[in-house]
Design a protein around this ligand. Structure first.
Ligand code: UDP
Length: 328
């Protein structure tokens, strides 16, 4: 059985579903602070609770035959982390330490960790490889880098085997449109643009129009949530088949799109027109983040199947079918 922390969240719910389809048994641990019970596949065991609750973790690891942990639960908004860093150090660092401690006490030594390209900071080149320097410029990135550092140390001293996946910008929804992105408040670009095109907001804010990028807006590498999910399952198989590995991989599409590119693509796909307003830069935003995903393709054989159009189309289907998101 695989324990998925944060399995009621956007990414965790997609990976849970895909693992169940592949025949894995899954237990989801989630405090529903941002996730949705309706997003959790009914075939999974659902445990309501917090990853920082050591008594609960003790019970979970005693009761279920957990072979590996996929650890998604974390706070993950750059802007919020700048305003409230302690939330990030408590949720992402302190609680993860408790989780790993309990895992090791129960001889559970395999972990897939949700990391981020925010660990890199401002890139020195145009495409980021995993060996690029790590100089995060916001508390979110720093909190994830702290855990990566701890994982490395524990892999050398405590027999922990981990794969850390540095996500670029995850978007899109399951092709069934039964699960998708539902955050409150929503801060991410693609859902913000699509919800605006549904008439829910008066305008789309563009955070910064004078970056040193081709059109002055930030450039990001968008990856479909189902491609990301495939990578998690490949990483899990890699950890289960080999007893000695630990590794770090980027997860992106190697294509950069500016904020304006995204708005134009959303307009073209929905056949609707957006009203935009350029606002000051959002503190903590690097101008350009584009992945090299050569390593994960070579080592895990990962092949992304969705381009930007499919990312936006599946997200749009989800928003159109669930204009209010999951039932509240
Ligand atoms: N962004 C924007 N307007 C929005 C949301 C985001 O201009 O309503 C910009 C944001 O400043 C960043 C990019 O879009 O440059 C992607 O932001 P998002 O929050 O989606 O992901 P992040 O890169 O922060 O993880």
């Amino acid at each position: 059985m695989i324990l998925v922390t944060g399995g009621a969240g956007y990414i965790g719910s997609h990976v849970t579903r895909d693992m169940l389809v592949k025949g894995y048994k899954v237990a989801v641990l989630d405090n529903l602070s941002t996730g949705h019970l309706e997003a959790v596949d009914k075939r999974a065991i659902f445990i309501f609770g917090d990853i920082g609750d050591e008594r609960l973790l003790e019970q979970v690891f005693k009761r279920f035959p957990i072979r590996a942990v996929m650890h998604f639960s974390s706070s993950c908004l750059v802007g919020e982390s700048v305003r409230n860093p302690m939330k990030y150090y408590q949720n992402n660092v302190e609680k993860t330490i408790r989780l790993i401690n309990k895992m090791l006490a129960h001889q559970i030594t395999r972990l897939i960790f949700s990391s981020t390209c925010a660990t890199y900071g401002i890139p020195t080149g145009t495409v980021l490889t995993e060996d690029h320097g790590l100089h995060p410029i916001n508390p979110y990135g720093r909190s994830k880098l702290m855990i990566e550092t701890i994982l490395k140390d524990l892999s050398e001293s405590n027999g922990l085997h981990y794969v850390s996946l540095r996500y670029f910008n995850v978007a899109g929804a399951h092709p069934s449109a039964e699960i998708g992105e539902d955050h409150f408040p929503e801060t991410h670009l693609i859902p913000n643009v699509l919800q605006h095109l549904q008439g829910k907001t008066k305008e789309v804010s563009i955070f910064g129009g004078d970056y040193h990028t081709p059109d002055g807006t930030c450039v990001r590498d968008y990856i479909h949530v189902c491609d990301l999910s495939d990578a998690h399952i490949l990483a899990l198989e890699y950890l289960v088949q080999s007893n000695l590995v630990s590794d770090i991989f980027n997860l992106g599409n190697e294509r950069g799109y500016s904020v304006l590119d995204i708005i134009k693509s959303c307009e073209a796909i929905t056949n609707r027109q957006a009203r935009v307003k350029v606002l000051p830069k959002r503190f903590g935003d690097p101008p350009l983040l584009v992945a090299s995903s050569e390593k994960i393709r070579n080592v895990l054989g990962w092949i992304p199947k969705h381009n930007l159009e499919q990312i936006i189309r599946t997200a749009w289907n989800w928003h159109e079918k669930h204009p209010e998101g999951f039932p509240k």
